[in-house]
Design a protein around this ligand. Structure first.
Ligand code: PEP
Length: 256
């Protein structure tokens, strides 16, 4: 299977930004720009914006995602949101294991694995984030770090579910820093992720999985990154909050 037949997915990760009126206004601005784009366009928004975002994008080609999900179905987990709660709202995607959650909220590969399984069981499409720290890259252990994360995060998830899972390669040193991996660095690790999937599952499964790059992707660097064979899309933070920039990235994926 070639890149051209995999689904390109451009997903915005709004992080902790936008009130409900601001969210509606941004989506109204993005909607006409991306209306004819032949790629999957997703906006992952704060929990408080989900209902507003789903209403604002109804009948459009923009899908809505959450930024996290708990792994239990219900119970005494104050402050948490279950997969069923998201599905009931009409949410389709969910970001899991973002480096900010790993760094600030004690997210581990074990909880990433549990959240991914819960999301899949409920019918959500998980966007599972992996990526190395700067010092891990400097110590030349990027390959081990990424392969380990992929093995642990996808532990015991069958091939048919992995095909519904999006992997986002997000080098931690490139997130929100303005430092982007070069297109060759991004391609090298995305190809490594695909090779790891092929070892864990099989070549057909590996070729079916959408692998995104994320980390300071913007209107200026997106075309080169998205032209790479194993970079099937992007997870976009800062640039997803500007309609014109986000659209430039979406259009680059159409051409990618
Ligand atoms: C992200 O939050 O996933 C991200 C890639 O952020 P940024 O694009 O701002 O680096």
């Amino acid at each position: 299977m070639k890149k051209s037949v995999r689904k390109a997915i451009i997903a915005g990760n709004w992080k902790m930004n936008k009130t409900r009126p601001e969210a509606k206004a941004l989506l109204e601005e993005i909607k006409p720009l991306v209306a004819n784009a032949d790629v999957e366009v997703v906006a992952c928004v704060p929990f408080t914006n989900l209902e507003t975002a789903i209403a604002a994008t109804e009948g459009s080609n923009i899908k809505i995602g959450a930024e996290n999900v708990h792994f239990e179905k219900s119970g005494a987990y104050t402050g948490e949101i279950s997969a069923d709660m998201l599905v009931e709202l009409g949410v389709e995607y969910v970001v899991i294991g973002h480096s900010e959650r790993r760094q600030y909220f004690a997210e581990t590969d074990e909880t990433v694995n549990k959240r991914t399984k819960a999301a899949l069981a409920a019918g959500l499409k998980p966007i599972v984030c992996v990526g190395e720290l700067l010092w891990e890259r400097e110590c030349s252990i990027t390959e081990e770090v990424i392969a380990r994360q992929i093995k642990l995060d996808l532990y015991d998830i069958p091939a048919e579910d992995v095909k519904k899972t999006v992997i986002a390669y997000e080098p931690v040193w490139a997130i929100g820093t303005g430092k982007t991996a070069t297109a060759d660095q991004a391609e090298e690790v995305c190809a490594l992720i695909r090779a790891t999937l092929a070892k864990l599952y099989d070549e057909e499964t590996a070729q079916a999985v959408t692998i995104q790059y994320g980390g300071s992707m913007n209107a200026g660097n997106c075309a080169e990154l998205l032209s790479k064979e194993n970079v099937d899309g992007g997870l976009i933070g800062g640039a997803s909050l500007k309609a014109a920039d986000f659209n430039t990235i979406v259009q680059a994926a159409v051409n990618g």
